[in-house]
Design a protein around this ligand. Structure first.
Ligand code: SF4
Length: 502
């Protein structure tokens, strides 16, 4: 029997891999999918639209699994898996098979060589791996090794996958999908299915919500601001915040990444760096947990939690489709706001996705290129002129109004000239709404919070320039739930030893 190292050989630049998480036998199995690209990826470290690392030769399968960087939505995760990847390939209709030859590997501990189905899939081939692990190999074929998160798919995608893989009972797809997304409970048996089809549904689809680690609350004049710390199955924490908007309405502030690589100087999350992107079902999972586990009323959602949403555009767009799906949560696009620091590639993806009624806001924070580059490193790559041109071209509908967020920081961006500069930046953009957000000092403050008089004065100057302005009332500052305060030292400490996306 060939050794795993010999079988894998020194992995050439074109061989890339996905860590698909645990197999059916939990910790006794690790599932990898390896693909061979005849050409090396054009952008090193990026492959197939996801961030991955090219594998390096001598790594054994376990070290290999741990060496793999996590990657966005669909293709990886303890409750994701090859089926998700397969669904994604089918959905995308990309003729990847012509370019790539995928090999699904099931890495199992000796004595757990997989079940009948897996043995059949692997054509009985097994390779001894280091540390008593067995590699099973299924060339040219992706095998479903763990359930696909149902809440990361639209109803149409669930129906298609159910038709293909559930067989008897697939006709209940719409009912099961609607009930799961609206009630936060995945129970195929309650839809009149027999034991075997219900079990098959559970084999094909999974529904695992993040664990609630902590909930903190702050009472305010408009209601309670609540922050929840959630933990993914692979142990990474992220946060979401429910903000009272008056008249009993609440907006849920969602995270799109664990950490963030944008490095904005005024932001706690930026100080964490990026641990990994959240996948579509993990983004949707925050809304489900808020509603059905924490009992929060959620009317609107805004992508202003941890992470730059458009740096994880694939997963965020997939999550938007799920949130908006009339057969599921049916959340209107006008109730969803995506916020960005000005991620050009993501903005273009968003524009091409064709969400006509979605809200978009951009964090400007200063109209001066030099200072913006200091405060927001993204500006070094995308200076204000380029950002302005992109935003002026973003008009998904005739009456679209772009939100422009301005975090007011005393001594850094609060002069009369700054207000005039903001007006000049907004001039070519047809309709804007300025949102002035008083700075919330975090653990390493850049400056103090502005006084009420300073905020009012700056708003007055903006109005003098003819700009419509809304003032954001600070909520949740005492529990580190306000804008720019998400993420904490404990989360940062856990970053050590974890793989980092570049
Ligand atoms: S403000 Fe947003 S984009 Fe900037 S570091 Fe914080 S989370 Fe990232």
């Amino acid at each position: 029997m060939a050794s795993a190292a010999r079988r894998e050989g020194p992995v050439a630049g074109g061989l890339v891999g996905l860590d698909l998480g645990e197999g059916r036998r939990g910790a006794d199995q690790r599932c990898l999918s390896l693909g061979h690209a005849p050409r090396a990826p054009r952008v090193p470290g990026r492959f197939f639209g996801t961030e991955q690392r090219v594998l390096h030769g001598a790594a054994g399968p376990l070290r290999l699994a741990h060496a793999l960087a996590p990657h966005p939505e669909g293709a990886e995760g303890v409750d994701g898996g090859a089926a998700t990847l397969q669904a994604r390939l089918l959905e995308s209709r990309v003729a990847v098979q012509e370019e790539l030859r995928f090999v699904a590997l099931v890495v199992a501990r000796a004595g757990h060589e997989g079940d009948e189905e897996q043995r059949e899939a692997t054509h009985g081939r097994g390779l001894a791996g280091p540390g008593g692990w067995i590699l099973s190999c299924a060339p040219r074929r992706l095998r479903a090794v763990s359930p696909v998160p149902l809440h990361g798919l639209t109803c149409d995608a669930v129906r298609a996958l159910a038709r293909e893989r559930v067989g008897r009972g697939h006709g209940k797809a719409r009912d099961i999908y609607r009930a799961t997304l609206r009630e936060g409970r995945f129970d195929p048996a309650s839809h009149g299915l027999g034991e075997a089809p219900a079990r098959r549904w559970r084999e094909v689809f999974g529904f695992v919500l993040p664990e609630v680690v902590q909930e903190v609350r702050e009472e305010g004049p408009t209601g309670v601001t609540a922050k929840a710390v959630l933990r993914t199955p692979d142990g990474l924490e992220h946060e979401c915040v429910n903000i009272p908007m008056g008249r009993g309405r609440h907006t849920l502030c969602l995270s799109s990444q664990v950490g963030c690589k944008m490095g904005c100087a005024f932001c706690e999350t930026g100080r964490m760096g990026l641990l990994r992107h959240l996948r579509a079902h993990e983004i949707v999972g925050q809304v489900l947990v808020a509603r059905h586990v924490l009992g929060w009323e959620v009317r609107n959602v805004v992508f202003m939690g941890m992470g730059e949403a458009l740096d994880n555009a694939d997963a965020v767009l997939a999550a938007l489709r799920v949130l908006n799906d009339p057969s599921g949560m049916a959340m209107g696009q006008e109730r969803i706001t995506v916020c960005t620091v000005g991620h050009l590639r993501g903005l273009r993806q968003l524009r091409e996705a064709g969400f006509k009624r979605l809200n978009l806001s951009v964090s400007l924070n200063t109209p001066d290129d030099v200072r913006r580059s200091e405060l927001m490193p993204v500006n070094r790559k995308t200076p204000l002129r380029e950002l302005q041109a992109e935003l002026a071209a973003y008009r998904p509908r005739r009456n679209f109004t772009l939100g422009v967020n301005y975090c007011l920081m005393p001594g850094l961006n609060d002069t009369r000239e700054d207000a005039a500069g903001v007006a000049a930046f907004c001039a070519p953009i047809e309709r804007v709404m300025l949102n002035v957000i008083p700075y919330n000092p975090g653990n390493a403050p850049l400056t103090r919070a502005p006084t009420e008089d300073e905020v009012e004065q700056f708003i007055g100057w903006l109005r003098d320039e003819g700009l419509p302005v809304r003032r954001r009332v600070t909520k949740g500052r005492s529990v580190m739930a306000a804008c720019g305060q998400l993420g904490n030292a404990e989360l940062r400490a856990r970053r050590r030893g974890l793989p980092t996306l570049r």
